[in-house]
Design a protein around this ligand. Structure first.
Ligand code: MSP
Length: 600
């Protein structure tokens, strides 16, 4: 399907398909205050300090071009985890940082290319950043991203933090001046060593890791003693923990590989250049006390995670939310987050360089007063027809247009459902999006319309009256099965989410909805032959299932969930995680005024 044809598509509502199979197999079992399946109920128990805000970050985006679907994906993952955390730990503050990475050669060049100038005729880089940063902010707002901070590297408070870190590292002996020779990629804003580069058939040199063009550069730069932290970082990523710091664990192995020497005579980790001569790069933060140098953009950008929560702190970092509990990144920026940032943090708050050599790796980690981020959720990329998205190929998927065409929640759902496994690249396809969308509309939207229909409501009322004289039996085994599955669902979803298996959490919900739809189709409560008492218990079990599904889906499709929970006539207290974790049989007896509304 071409992108053009998709652009002209409008959202269609699914048609209702009722099945009129009569209600059979009425079987009497106990419809009672069934025991709650406690084995699956895991109340939230956090070993971490609940008074420390839970802090989530996404990468800050380069505002050099309009956002694409990969950016929205990262935002949605962050938002799903932020909303989930608020749901399961409502007493705890959740901080969620997103933003834009506005310095560096890439932005400087893009601004010059845009032709945006100030009144004096100079390139208006700040104006260029302001406009594009706003586009990213609007994308976040349109997609219902519940960020608490939209941080920009051109903000004054960030400048203060970068200067503070630079000065501290310099005083502690971690910065020195040296002649730097190597390859530089403007696209990646990254230096590469010769073994990291390869020559293509046309003589161009490219990075082996990203495929971006690199050029040779020889500069007098400030260097950071990254190599001094090799052993401490190896210790950090290989020490025995229940869960790997970098998730999925395959990327933890990638990091350990980056820290290991490629051959016995290689160091494994070399010092990095953290400045560029002003003659080459003007758009950035000036190196403190040296106006001839500009701070390297990654050194600058990584510190946003600190400055975004108020670093330098006057009190304890924990009050501000540090360390980050969850950082979401793409696989292409693993090195910066898993190696550069932790090394900067260790340098900033651990022993000074002269003492570091004599300090054992585990002690280096223990001595650092600014903790390292707890988890790095690393994801693979979205491709289009198995190819990388690129402006020149013209296959870039526009997130705004996708949401306008299909609806915000449908796009969020698709990104989390298909992109929620992280391990391998996944292919974006509008056809696939439509299939997932139809499935959700049918399993959830049509299901609500079916069970809340006037006919079933009327028949259920008759059944309820008949059951009033002590009718405590489960009349249909499918309802019993569904009840069991629905009450166990929150526990299962929680297990998957705590394990960061985001797609699995959605599959758990879908499986219960499939069972629910099967039950209602098989029982056919709309049929005249169906005993009104069965109609009643079918409807009540369905409403309970919808309530549980609605709460479980809150992090993923927040607007749709809210519409559903409203339609079910639930109070705020009945929409909480706590309330669905421990549902029992009494819940099925509650009378509610339900509205048959369209969810999509
Ligand atoms: N500015 C840096 C990050 C600095 S964080 C201190 C940067 N920006 S970016 O705009 O190029 O990329 C931001 C994020 O989008 C990265 O995590 C990257 O992996 C992700 N994606 C870029 N293309 C993507 C896909 N095609 N698919 C999924 N995510 C993608 O890097």
């Amino acid at each position: 399907m071409s992108l053009a044809s998709v652009h002209h598509r409008v959202r269609r509502l699914p048609s209702l398909r009722f099945s009129y199979r009569p209600c059979t197999s009425t079987k009497l079992t106990k419809w009672s205050l069934l025991p709650t399946p406690t084995s699956t109920i895991r109340r939230w128990s956090s070993t971490s300090d609940p008074s420390k805000p839970y802090y989530i970050t996404t990468p800050i985006f380069y505002p050099n071009a309009k956002p694409h679907i990969g950016h929205l994906y990262t935002l949605v993952l962050g938002d799903v985890l932020a909303r989930y955390r608020r749901l399961v730990e409502p007493q705890r503050e959740v901080k969620f940082l997103v933003g834009t990475d506005e310095h560096g050669l890439k932005i400087q060049q893009a601004a010059a290319k845009s032709g945006k100038t100030r009144e004096d005729g100079a390139v208006d880089v700040q104006g260029f950043c302001d406009e594009l940063s706003e586009v990213f902010k609007n994308l976040s707002k349109s997609a219902n991203i519940s960020y608490t901070t939209f941080a920009r590297t051109t903000q004054d408070r960030h400048l203060v933090a970068v200067e503070h870190v630079w000065r501290t590292l310099n005083e502690k002996g971690f910065i020195y001046k040296g002649e730097y020779e190597g390859w530089y990629s403007v696209t990646d804003e990254c230096f590469y060593t010769t073994p990291q580069v390869t020559e293509t058939t046309d003589g161009t040199h490219i990075s082996k890791e990203t495929g971006s063009t690199v050029e040779w550069s020889k500069e007098y730069n400030y260097m950071f003693r990254l190599s001094a932290f090799r052993d401490a970082l190896v210790h950090h990523y290989s020490s025995n923990k229940d869960v790997t710091t970098v998730f999925p664990s395959q990327y933890n192995s990638v990091v350990l590989g980056m820290l290991s020497p490629a051959s016995t005579d290689e160091p494994g980790l070399v010092d990095i250049s953290i400045s560029r001569p002003r003659s080459r790069l003007t758009w950035g933060i000036t190196v403190p006390e040296d106006p001839e140098h500009t701070v390297y953009v990654w050194f600058d950008a990584l510190l946003i995670y600190l400055s975004g929560v108020g670093y330098p702190w006057s009190g304890a970092g924990a009050q501000a939310g540090w360390p980050a509990d969850m950082q979401i990144i793409g696989k292409d920026i693993l090195r910066f987050h898993a190696i550069y940032l932790p090394a900067i943090l260790l340098a900033l708050s651990g022993p000074k360089y002269s003492e570091l050599v004599a300090t054992p790796p585990s002690k280096v980690l223990e001595a650092a007063s600014i903790g390292l981020p707890k988890r790095l959720l690393t994801h693979a990329h979205w491709t289009v027809s198995q190819a990388k998205m690129s402006k020149s190929v013209g296959n870039v998927v526009d997130p705004i247009h996708s949401m306008e065409t299909y609806g915000v929640d449908i796009v969020r759902y698709y990104l989390a459902r298909v992109g929620g496994r992280f391990r391998d690249d996944v292919d974006w396809s509008f056809e696939q999006l439509e299939n997932h969308s139809k499935q959700l509309q049918s399993l959830l939207g049509n299901y609500l319309l079916r069970v809340a229909s006037a006919r079933i409501t009327a028949s259920a009322a008759v059944g309820r009256d008949q059951l009033q004289d002590g009718g405590e039996a489960f009349l249909h085994s499918l309802n019993e099965e569904l009840f069991q599955a629905a009450t166990k669902l929150p526990g299962k979803v929680q297990s998957s989410m705590e394990a960061l298996e985001v797609a699995d959490a959605l599959v758990e919900v879908l499986d219960v909805l499939k069972l629910a739809n099967k039950a209602v189709t098989d029982i056919a409560p709309w049929s005249k032959a169906c005993d009104p008492r069965v109609v009643y218990e079918t409807r009540q079990t369905a409403l309970l299932t919808l309530r549980v599904a609605g709460v479980c889906l809150k992090p993923f499709v927040p607007e749709t969930s809210e519409r559903l929970l409203e339609a079910l006539g639930l109070s705020e207290a009945e929409k909480t995680w706590e309330s669905v974790l421990a549902l029992d049989g009494s819940e099925r007896k509650k009378e509610r005024e339900v509205k048959a509304v369209r969810l999509f």
